[in-house]
Write a protein that binds this ligand. Structure first.
Ligand SMILES: Nc1ncnc2c1ncn2[C@@H]1O[C@H](COP(=O)(O)OP(=O)(O)OP(=O)(O)O)[C@@H](O)[C@H]1O
Length: 685
């Protein structure tokens, strides 16, 4: 699909033609943006930057939008950017003889005039009825928002306004009219720009689409009758929807098709003010995972098409329609309440009642959180809608005072790896110092073991290049090996400290143990019952060593074939968990299982969502796509769950996963979630 971002004049004419009355006054108000990043734009708006009537939208130089890998912008207070769009009068309004009561004065200012209501409001940009879809895309700052999402920020654009004020039109344009590219909305233009950005940069893109209908969260992409999905909260992720379907895409056609499919499933009805009124809030989220080597960022771009506020007497709703309207109004009220509280200076803010509605829970990050947010307020210029218009304008003005502290999202895996590496390094240094005190050799080199391993994890050389064939390749999951190393160092540490332990046959060299008072004591938390934890009655560390949960390596049938060799550590391993006893290494180097990239046992990012390739959405592939969910369950062999080990040998044991301490039977167990692991690790270290 070719997206023409600058529509021919004829198409713009079509946009304005027909029933739509174009008001007199300033020509197409396209905002002129300051040059700089999002934060700078806001600062300059404060100094009077805003839309200039009649000027062409100006694109920001890309170089100025790029954030450095250090993200020096992170955490800085940034205001919500609020722009206003005034739609043209509809046929009905024109026929009725409604007057224009909303006029753009330029410079981001809009004037509302009516008998007893005369008011002026200022926004970051104002688009009057003549503004094209392109002008809104360029002038609203949407392009910058996409760029920030690519940089790892959680970006949200939400359209707010009375029913029939043009929210859906602004975000999606008239859906299904692919022959009129000039009418494409912010979404399609953003997709197109995003895909342009992703070319050759290794971005992985996926989309999810849900609606909040009558306070129920429903997946718009999953097949079958809509069913409510649970909304959960976690310390690291905040509020999130569990089991939401997420679909990978690589082309504009694919994502536009998803948008179309989802929107067709969304609840809509006709009422007096809109023949195709949305009865639910819709949230389409694009997740952007940058796979560039070095820095791994995970941004998101979220489009929120709020259902319109409505006065039941105006819309003539009754029965189901009126119940929907009540739910819509209630959630918008909760949103307004949060915005009012968030508009206060940070020091004076009280508790923000995000939990009052599903909508505010899902928007928590975008409002007062760590995201970057654009609000497009939509109004009708009609005198008939005056009070609703004023209400929207007040609402939007208040939203301008809300501030966020945007923080770019790094993939948790990165943090996890970094923390593990730091722990390993610290432990290694400590063991070295213990060995010095015991007059032992500096390290227990095992003849024939790979030198690269030690090189990489020597105190000063955590990041030395790996030796080919012995370490995980670039992009391969390194952390199972890091866990193995950490465990080895912990065991060695305990051996060096505890005289009653049997000497390590591989080194045979632990003479005396210093008293604890002589050595600095470190506490590394490792779950003793972890499958890779070597069980020995005498080897139980006195400090509660606990490692973050790991998926049982046993689940990966290939892990043995992909084993890597470690020469660090010397615990007499009878067998390694998850390798069915094949990895016995009582005297030699440890063999640590490295599951294949993408194998079922590996924790994948974003596991709360079920990700399927977009092709599965095609007819006939749904069942396959859905059943993929169940791949997240895998089997742990019985032997890896037993913990005997009274003979001084290390025997694998079943790990009690945090939660209810039920003994787990052999069979499917849940795969570790990255979020859980990193969360727990963060808590423990
Ligand atoms: N800027 C515009 N130019 C031309 N037509 C518009 C514009 N804005 C809205 N419309 C038309 O107005 C009608 C109502 O718009 P839309 O459905 O987008 O409103 P809405 O705010 O999403 O309403 P609801 O909240 O009820 O879903 C549609 O027919 C749409 O095509």
């Amino acid at each position: 699909m070719q997206l023409m971002l600058r529509p021919p004049t004829s198409l713009l004419g079509a946009d304005r033609a027909g029933c739509w009355g174009i008001p007199p006054g300033p020509s197409s108000a396209a905002a002129t943006l300051s040059e700089g990043c999002w934060g700078r734009m806001e600062a300059e708006e404060e100094r009077g930057w805003g839309p200039q009537a009649g000027t062409r939208p100006k694109m920001l130089p890309r170089s100025q939008l790029r954030l450095s890998p250090g993200e020096e912008q992170d955490g800085r207070e940034t205001r919500l950017r609020v722009v206003l769009r005034v739609r043209p009068l509809t046929c009905t309004e024109t026929r009725r003889g409604d007057r224009h009561v909303v006029r753009s004065l330029g410079n981001g200012t809009v004037h509302v005039s009516a008998a007893r209501h005369d008011a002026t409001f200022t926004f970051s940009a104002v688009f009057d009825a003549g503004a094209s879809q392109e002008a809104v895309f360029e002038g609203s700052g949407m392009r910058q928002l996409v760029e920030l999402a690519v940089e790892g920020f959680s970006c949200t654009v939400f359209a707010y306004g009375q029913t029939g004020s043009g929210k859906t039109y602004t975000l999606m344009g008239p859906l299904g009219q692919s022959d009129a590219p000039g009418l494409l909305g912010l979404m399609q233009r953003s997709f197109s720009f995003l895909l342009e950005q992703s070319r050759g940069t290794g971005l992985a893109l996926s989309a999810s689409y849900l609606e909040i209908y009558n306070e129920q969260v429903r997946d718009l992409l999953s097949a079958g009758p809509p069913r409510a999905l649970p909304l959960r909260w976690s310390k690291t992720r905040g509020f999130y929807v569990e089991n939401q379907l997420s679909v990978d895409f690589e082309s504009l056609e694919a994502v536009v098709e998803l948008l179309l499919q989802g929107s067709q499933r969304r609840r809509t009805s006709a009422h007096a003010l809109n023949g195709h009124s949305s009865r639910s809030h819709a949230i389409l989220t694009i997740r952007i995972h940058s796979r560039a080597p070095g820095i791994s960022k995970q941004g998101s771009l979220c489009f929120v098409d709020l259902a319109g506020s409505e006065r039941v007497k105006d819309t003539g709703s009754s029965g189901e329609l009126s119940m929907e309207a009540n739910n819509i109004n209630r959630s918008l009220l909760a949103l307004g309440h949060c915005i009012s509280l968030l508009a206060k200076p940070r020091g004076k803010r009280t508790h923000i009642p995000y939990r009052d509605s599903k909508l505010t829970r899902l928007l928590a990050r975008s409002l007062g959180g760590s995201g970057v947010t654009l609000m497009v307020a939509c109004v009708s210029p009609s005198s008939h809608c005056l009070s609703e218009t004023l209400s929207t304008l007040h609402y939007a003005s208040r939203a301008r005072r809300v501030t966020n502290r945007p923080v770019a999202n790094r993939v948790p895996r990165e943090k996890l790896l970094q923390t593990l590496e730091e722990e390993i390094q610290a432990l290694q240094l400590e063991n070295l110092s213990l060995r010095q005190q015991l007059s032992l050799p500096r390290s227990r080199e095992v003849p024939g073991a790979c030198p690269g391993w030690v090189g990489r994890y020597s105190p000063g050389g955590l990041h030395c290049p790996p030796v080919e064939g012995q370490l995980p390749a670039e992009g391969a999951p390194a952390w199972p090996s890091l866990y193995g190393l950490l465990r080895d160092f912990v065991v060695e540490n305990e051996q060096l400290r505890q005289p009653q332990l049997p000497p390590d046959p591989s080194s045979g060299d632990i003479p005396t143990i210093p008293s604890r008072s002589h050595v600095p004591h470190r506490s590394i938390h490792i779950p003793l019952s972890h499958p890779t934890w070597p069980r020995h009655p005498n080897m139980m560390p006195t400090s509660a060593h606990r490692l973050p949960k790991l998926p049982p390596a046993s689940s990966c049938p290939q892990c043995c074939t992909n084993a890597i060799v470690s020469q660090v550590g010397s615990v007499p391993l009878q067998s390694m968990a998850g390798c069915g006893g094949n990895l016995m290494a009582p005297l030699g180097p440890h063999i640590l299982p490295v599951p294949n990239k993408g194998s079922a046992s590996l924790p994948l990012p974003a596991q709360d969502n079920v990700t399927v390739p977009s092709c599965w959405l095609q007819k006939g592939k749904w069942s396959q796509g859905r059943s993929w969910c169940s791949l997240r369950q895998h089997t742990v062999p019985q032997d890896s769950q037993e913990a005997t080990g009274t003979d001084g040998r290390v025997v694998p044991s079943a790990p009690p996963w945090p939660g209810p301490p039920e003994p787990r039977a052999a069979g499917p167990v849940p795969v570790l979630q990255w979020e859980e692991a990193s969360e727990w690790l963060a808590e423990q270290i």
